[in-house]
Design a binder for this molecule. Structure first.
Ligand SMILES: *Cc1c(COP(=O)(O)O)cnc(C)c1O
Length: 391
């Protein structure tokens, strides 16, 4: 039997992590135009032409890799429609996401159910609607799916290094080396169509080597599948493709070089897909909110926005450093920044350098905020959900 991979760790190669290609952002002239109609609550302004551009750029960089957009990054129907027009496929985690896409006319065969743990009811629903492919990462889920949908095609999510990702995802999902053989063996025994491998390098991954390691491991798993009599036909290289904020990133073209080299020897019968979320939508949008109050306490300056971690800005609390603009040009001084709710966790940043003369009523412009912002927002404490506008 072919040997599986060793748990080798990979370091970030510093020469991979620099900007080699210009990145796009929404033109702020559109924001000023939108504000001419007044302001009553935070909003996300999306330029759909940037979503189109990013989708085309992704495909041009990796012609053999079909993008399946991760709907959770921004499930606004207008965003989804733009991606449908650009011939993207989709990746979902729930039946609500499934219905959203089916109602927009996406064929069920274009929708991949990549959540490794799904309720029986959701599997049944998705199978009845015609979804063909399902992720698994455990023997329990394999048995669950085969009982409900014996013809389901499955892809195995394997554990890969998340070194150099701003949101390491390893840990919650991903089959470990020790369990892979048993799952493959059980799939063969049950005559389940376990026919693919997937991995997720972690979100906002700035280390292209993680994709290389993931693909190397997937190839070894394919060998094992064939050895057990399975017929592998899908490599799904997941999401994690980064976007420009304040840190340098490897461009998609730099990541593509690594991916394209690694997939070059895969036979044609293996279809290759990816699940970009952030990469396709982040740059297309600017999030606009307003300062509702400032306070000086013990010589510390605080400003309170009308959108905090419950209003769309939760990734700031997890360490994402957005580029933030204002209409002021005073000297920059350290500010503590918090959301409008009374929850003590609703603090976004400490010592963020912003103009000293910022006042109540000022607008805050957060760039490249199209992903994982409005999708997370809640009505907690009675504050309204942000608007989403699309041009
Ligand atoms: C969230 C998610 C993605 C998208 O990740 P990004 O970092 O936004 O590209 C892709 N695949 C799966 C399974 C996910 O859960």
């Amino acid at each position: 039997m072919p040997t599986l991979f060793s748990a080798r760790q990979e370091q970030v190669n510093p020469s991979d992590v620099f900007d080699t290609h210009p990145e796009s952002s929404l033109d702020l002239a559109y924001v000023r135009e939108a504000l001419k109609n007044g302001y009553d609550k935070p909003f996300l302004l999306i330029d759909s032409s940037i979503i189109r551009h990013k989708t085309r750029r992704f495909k041009a960089a990796m012609p053999r890799v079909r993008p399946h957009y991760a709907a959770k990054a921004n499930p606004d129907p207008r965003v989804l429609k733009t991606l449908i027009e650009e011939k993207s496929g989709f990746e979902i985690a729930s039946t609500v996401e499934l219905d959203l896409l089916l109602n927009l006319g996406v064929p069920a065969s274009e929708i991949y159910y990549s959540n490794p743990i799904k309720s029986s009811a959701y599997i049944k629903y998705a199978a009845a609607k015609g979804v063909e492919w399902y992720a698994i990462d455990s023997i329990e889920e394999l048995r669950k799916i085969i009982n409900i949908a014996p013809n389901a095609k499955m892809y195995l999510r394997i554990d890969t290094p998340n070194i150099g990702s701003d949101w390491p995802l390893a840990g919650k999902f991903g089959t470990h080396l020790a369990d892979i053989r048993e799952i493959i063996h059980e799939a063969a025994r049950l005559k389940a169509d376990l026919a693919g491998v997937t991995f997720h390098v972690g979100s906002q991954c700035r280390n292209p080597q993680n994709w290389r390691v993931g693909i190397e491991r997937a190839k070894k798993v394919f060998e094992n599948m064939r050895h057990e009599g399975l017929h592998p036909r899908l490599l799904n290289i997941g999401g994690g493709f980064p976007v420009r904020h304040t840190k340098p990133i490897p461009s998609i073209e730099v990541i593509a070089k690594v991916v394209n080299a690694e997939i070059a020897d895969l036979p044609d019968e293996i279809r290759i897909m990816a699940e970009p979320g952030r990469y396709l939508v982040s740059d297309s949008a600017c999030f606009v909110c307003q300062v509702v109050g400032t306070a000086t306490r013990n010589d510390k300056r605080w400003m309170y926005w009308d959108a905090g971690m419950f209003g769309g800005m939760i990734e700031i609390t997890e360490g994402l450093h957005y580029e933030i603009l204002t209409d002021r040009s005073g000297n920059n001084v350290p500010w503590s920044i918090a959301g409008p709710t009374c929850d003590s966790v609703d603090i976004l940043m400490q010592d963020e350098m912003l103009p000293q003369n910022i006042q109540e009523g000022d607008f805050i412009y957060i760039l490249n905020a199209g992903a994982y912002t409005t999708a997370y927002a809640s009505n907690f404490n009675g504050f309204p959900l942000p608007d989403v506008m699309v041009i």
